[in-house]
Design a protein. Structure first.
Length: 1092
């Protein structure tokens, strides 16, 4: 059977399906949109809270798309199954229960026809009735176009969430498109302003990086920086100023490229780059200053060195330098000028500009490079207006009031300064307060700004005894009237030094003769003592009168000689021309002779009084030798003094020859004949020089002659003084002057000057040789003596050390014995306390307390109060025993116990007072003592060698270090005592003598060193005058020798304090360069090391 068509059912089914489709679509779309909106809201909120990275947002986006696709299937596609006819009709049956028996079966029968045993007529009837029932149904909407309640509730929740979260989300910086288009990375610049961006900046400049929100936000931004070094990483740095106005960071002194960026959560800005480039500079900047008015010397100032421009008001200043890179423009910014002075490029590549100098201020070099770079803070060079100050003149030498001979020339050294040049210098002086006289000085023709010079002032025309007050006067180049200035005053007093020196020479001869006579008297006394020693007692008695007469004369001779030598020493100390070594030697000889007179001579007379003639003869022999040696020293010193006098005269001759040569050279160059005054002065100088040469020649011939066969003559060098050649040159010079041939005279004068200089040099060498011979420096002998002193002291120290070791061993043994004794006494005292306890009430409490105190000290091994406590205990026990005796005198048991205890305590006290037994003498200790005695004998032999060496030096040099001799002799006496103590095994006594001997050896060594140092000082002082420039003056009012250094000590000025110019320029340039503060420590350390 074919399916039966039911038009109404089919029409109604199509209508119901369409209605249900609309209802399902509306509900599914709303549910899908609610889920999508909720997911978007959640993702936006999560991004707002956490600032999700781009990859996280991409993952969330893909996950959300997948979830929305699944929701689309669940909410829109899957519900389409409800459009099946059976499900639609079931829903209609639910709405119209009366159609339940017809609607479903009718739909099935209409599609499949008759089935089984159901007749076709019945089916058709059933379909007809169903169709009729459908026609009877009202035309209404079976499925309303309205979402389900669940969907409405979900939408309400989503809308409420959006309503609550949207205002909060809109206040943040996270945009919605970061969620829906995560592949598009949004830059922070859309939300914030970042400055300065990428730019080039001046090298070392400070750059401020800032960032601020475009709207009113306050969330913190993060700044990260990175250098351009390989391997560098981004590092977050804190803002210097984070506030509501924005964020700011100051990059100090950029010297290398710096990259930076700003981030906020997942938002970040572009990477910006700050590139430092060197700003242009001028190298070798120099300012040329032209003073105002006519004339005036231009001055150049290196700004890199000076750092400032100082000039007179009204000067014109030109500044020029060479740029280190091409310039677009350059100019000078002068503080007192209203406009900038443009600099011009010169053909040689330098840039230059000038300006008038009118007041104090600053100067800046404003340079602009071709790339637009410029120094943001150019160096400001100070401008300082100078005033034309008056000149300054300083008297440098003499630096104090001096005394000198009229024969000498006073070297006057001075320094004159003026800021713009000196026009004249003069020496102004007064003699004894009289009229002011002026001597014009040379050296100002070139108008120097600083002049250090000297002037040899000839005072020979002034009489001895005059007082000369003088000053230096300087004048500058100021117009119309020069400014003048005076130096501090100086004073020179003229004294007849030659007369004083002659008086000293006479005393010298007298002292030398007195010493010779004294030596002869001592020799006579020695001879008489030797004869008395060989005579029998009867003959000795007959010689006593002669001995007494000679002795009385000898005593007077000693007194006279000592007084004369002392007067001579004082005269030498005051002599202006005395040799310093000889003056010191004279004082030492005077002291040594006084020591002989006070110690050695009385000892010799004492031997005579005791009739110990051998001892008296020995002592007089020693005195004779020492006095004779002193006379020889004076004789040799007189030669040295004569050589010094020759040397002084040679200096005068050399100076005179130089002056004559200079004067004649000037005449020869001038080509003119001398004036009458010049001719007179020249003839006078030549006459004086000839007389000096003749006097020196005679004086050299009259020098004391030495025996050619003597060792002194054989050791002496021979010097040839070219006086004859100088004399022949003098004759030739006078002949040339007589002819008027001044050119030849100048040549001869120059040759004469050289010859006189050679005379001075030769005499100086000879004088040094004489000084060394006269001083007879014992330096090599001193070294040997010091070695002997050292060996003697070391030997004595070894002996003392051995004795100390033996004493230490004995002390250790004694300590061990004392320890054993205390342990035994402790045991006995403990037993005594047991007996005391057994006595019970009969035992006195205080005695028991004392006994316990004694035991405590024995236990601590520190015995202090124990002897006293034991004594108290014994007496207290005896008193207690007496009290407890019976009336008949018998002893009770308690009394007997107390007596035994008292006896026991008395025994302990006796053993304690007796102490430990002395250590026994062992073979080992005996051998140690014998070895110690051998070392001590060796030390005594060393001390005797020292004594012999001192006596040898005393014999050779005429003076003995008496304190050293006394010390070494006393040390030997102590050493003998130490040997005796060691012989009887008394090491404790020997130790004391050894310590005293070592102390005496140390004292003697010190005294000997001082004496030998004095000898060396005298030898050095004798040769000292010939190794330096001759002095001609001495401090006024103090007396003494000439040769005091009246010259000035040149204090280093600012220029001399400066390091070499190359280093100085580098340092000063570095100090003026602008550099980052981070470089300061490294630069300072470099400069510090460079200056060391």
């Amino acid at each position: 059977m074919d399916p039966i068509v039911m038009p109404e059912l089919r029409r109604r089914l199509r209508s119901w399906r369409l209605q249900r489709l609309s209802s399902l679509a509306l509900d599914g779309v709303l549910r899908w949109l609610s889920a999508a909106a909720l997911a978007l809201l959640a993702a936006w909120a999560l991004d707002h809270l956490l600032g999700l990275r781009q990859e996280v947002r991409l993952g969330m986006f893909l996950t959300g798309c997948a979830a929305l696709a699944a929701a689309f299937y669940s909410f829109l596609l899957r519900p389409l199954r409800l459009l099946a006819a059976r499900r639609v009709l079931a829903a209609i049956v639910e709405r119209h229960p009366g159609l339940r028996p017809y609607l479903g079966s009718a739909w099935e029968l209409s599609r499949s026809g008759a089935r089984g045993r159901v007749s076709e007529e019945l089916i058709r009837e059933h379909l007809r009735r169903t169709d009729a029932l459908l026609r009877g149904l009202p035309q209404e909407t079976a499925f309303s176009l309205r979402p389900s309640g669940r969907t409405v509730r979900g939408c309400t929740v989503v809308l409420a969430a959006w309503g609550l979260g949207l205002p909060w989300l809109l206040q943040g910086v996270v945009r919605f498109d970061r969620i829906v288009t995560p592949w598009r990375d949004i830059r922070l610049e859309t939300l914030a302003e970042i400055e300065p961006g990428s730019r080039k900046t001046a090298w070392g400049e400070r750059v401020r990086i800032s960032a601020r929100w475009k709207d009113a936000r306050s969330e913190p931004l993060v700044l990260s920086v990175r250098s351009d070094l390989p391997g560098s990483r981004w590092e977050a740095v804190p803002w210097d100023r984070p506030d509501k106005e924005g964020f700011s960071y100051l990059a100090e002194g950029l010297v290398s490229p710096l990259e930076y960026r700003v981030t906020f959560r997942d938002l970040r800005s572009r990477t910006y780059r700050l590139t430092p480039v060197p700003f242009p500079r001028l190298k070798g900047v120099r300012a040329r200053v032209r003073p105002p008015g006519l004339g005036g010397e231009e001055k150049e100032i290196a700004l890199e060195d000076a750092g400032e421009i100082a000039a007179l008001r009204g000067s014109w200043v030109s500044v020029a330098g060479r740029p280190d890179q091409p310039l677009a423009a350059a100019g000078l910014a002068v503080s007192h000028l209203s406009s900038r002075v443009a600099m011009k490029r010169l053909p040689d590549g330098r840039w230059e500009a000038g300006f008038p100098f009118s007041e104090n201020g600053t100067l800046k070099l404003e340079l602009v490079g071709t790339e637009g770079t410029s120094d943001p803070a150019p160096m400001a060079y100070p401008l300082r207006v100078l005033e034309d100050k008056p000149p300054v003149v300083d008297l440098l030498s003499p630096a104090f009031d001096v005394e000198m001979s009229p024969r000498e020339k006073l070297p006057v050294t001075f320094e004159a300064r003026d800021d713009y040049g000196l026009s004249s210098l003069a020496l102004v002086y007064r003699v004894n307060g009289g009229t002011e006289l002026v001597v014009t000085l040379k050296g100002t023709a070139a108008r120097p700004t600083r002049l250090v010079s000297d002037y040899d002032w000839d005072l020979s025309r002034l009489p001895a005894g005059s007082r000369v007050d003088f000053r230096l006067r300087a004048a500058d180049t100021a117009r119309p009237a020069p400014q003048t200035a005076y130096s501090a005053p100086g004073v020179v007093v003229l004294i007849d030094f030659e007369s004083q020196h002659l008086h000293t020479q006479r005393q010298w001869l007298g002292a030398e003769a007195a010493l010779g006579k004294l030596a002869e008297r001592e020799g006579e006394m020695r001879r008489l003592s030797e004869e008395a020693a060989k005579s029998d007692p009867a003959q000795q008695a007959s010689r006593l009168d002669e001995l007494q007469i000679v002795g009385a004369a000898l005593s007077q001779e000693w007194s006279d000689t000592a007084q004369g030598l002392d007067a001579f020493a004082k005269s030498m100390a005051e002599d202006p021309y005395a040799n310093p070594g000889m003056a010191e030697s004279a004082g030492a000889l005077s002291q040594a002779l006084q020591g002989l007179k006070e110690r050695e001579y009385p000892a010799a007379r004492e031997a005579e009084r005791k009739k110990d003639w051998p001892e008296a003869a020995r002592r007089h022999k020693e005195l004779e030798e020492r006095v004779r040696r002193a006379a020889e020293i004076l004789n040799a010193g007189r030669e040295v003094q004569a050589m010094q006098d020759f040397w002084a005269e040679a200096n005068r001759m050399d100076q005179a020859g130089s002056e004559i040569s200079g004067a004649l050279d000037k005449l020869a160059k001038g080509g003119k004949a001398p004036t009458a005054e010049e001719k007179r002065r020249l003839d006078e100088a030549l006459g004086n020089l000839r007389r000096q040469m003749e006097a020196m020649s005679k004086a050299i011939e009259s020098l004391p002659k030495v025996d050619p066969e003597s060792s002194r003559a054989q050791a002496r060098r021979v010097y040839s003084v070219p006086l004859q050649a100088a004399s022949r040159s003098m004759d030739a010079l006078q002949e040339a002057l007589a002819r008027g041939d001044y050119a030849a005279a100048a040549r001869i004068a120059s040759q004469l000057s050289e010859q006189l200089a050679q005379v001075q040099k030769t005499i100086a060498s000879a004088a040094q040789s004489y000084a060394q011979e006269a001083g007879n420096s014992p330096s090599q002998r001193v070294e040997e003596l010091e070695r002997l002193w050292k060996e003697a002291a070391e030997a004595q120290a070894r002996g003392l050390g051995l004795t100390g070791e033996i004493e230490d061993q004995k002390i250790q043994e004694r300590l061990r014995a004392q320890s054993d004794l205390l342990r035994a006494l402790e045991a006995e005292q403990r037993a005594a306390l047991g007996d005391a306890a057994a006595l019970g009430p009969a035992m006195p409490e205080e005695a028991a307390r004392w006994m316990r105190g004694v035991l405590a000290e024995f236990q601590r091994a520190k015995v202090r109060e124990a002897p006293k406590l034991l004594d108290y205990t014994v007496h207290r026990l005896q008193v207690q025993s007496a009290r407890l005796r019976r009336p008949d005198g018998g002893a009770s048991p308690e009394a007997e116990g107390l007596d035994r205890l008292a006896e026991r305590e008395a025994g302990i006290l006796e053993r304690l007072q007796r102490g430990a037994p002395a250590p026994a003498m062992t073979e080992e200790r005996l051998s140690q003592i014998m070895a110690d005695a051998a070392v001590q004998r060796q030390a005594r032999r060393k001390a005797s060698e020292v004594e012999a060496a001192i006596e040898s030096i005393a014999s050779d040099f005429g003076m003995a270090p008496a304190a050293a001799l006394d010390a070494v002799r006393a040390a030997q006496a102590e050493q003998v005592s130490a040997e005796g103590a060691l012989g009887v095994q008394d090491t404790e006594k020997a130790r004391g003598h050894q310590q005293k001997a070592l102390e005496l050896l140390d004292q003697g060594k010190k005294s000997c060193s001082e004496s030998m140092a004095q000898q060396q000082s005298m030898a050095q002082g004798a040769a000292a005058p010939f190794s330096r420039q001759r002095g001609v003056a001495r401090p006024a009012g103090r007396g003494g020798r000439v040769g005091a250094d009246t010259g000035f000590v040149p204090l280093p000025n600012a220029e001399e304090y400066q390091p070499p110019r190359a280093i100085r320029e580098e340092v000063e340039k570095s100090l003026r360069e602008r550099r980052p503060k981070s470089y300061d420590d490294a630069v300072n350390e470099y400069l510090k090391r460079m200056s060391q």
